[in-house]
Write a protein of this length. Sequence first.
Length: 171
Amino acid sequence: MTCPFPQSKKLGQKYLNKSYLNQKVNMDANLTVMIVTNKLKQSNSSYFFNDEILGWAAYENSKKRFNYKYDLWTLQSTYKYGNKFTKDYRNKRKYYTNQLVKKFEKLTKLKIKKIHHSRIHGWMYSSNSKPLKQLSLWNKSLKLGLCGDYFGGPRLENGWLSAQDLFKKIS
């Protein structure tokens, strides 16, 4: 099983050990906007910002997985901003998308002439900045395993490390 801590706690309350269930895990949220734009003249693959609203931006074309006539960007809010607005962003998708895009333009000094497509998503349980003492859980008698990025820390890579740790416990 893999899911955010609050959901795993609820789903597994009858099966998971008390030491796991009693942990204090504070999951942070973020808003993520993916946009397709005109070609922008820039050479960075990503940006990290010291800003209240926008945390980072990734230039997806830099991964060279494909040739595309447009630029693809992922913009991610700060946790502070996400924690404040993720619960109700669905009612104002255009507003929050525009806020993140305008902030991106201001901070990078890049000029977007046209957005061909955009999509916003709120990640209520995006990140856990305080790692747990283990990377995964495995109950051999129940054949129940639990993994997730929140076990190891705030990065996506922690999800892979948690799954790898669970695999080792199972095999």
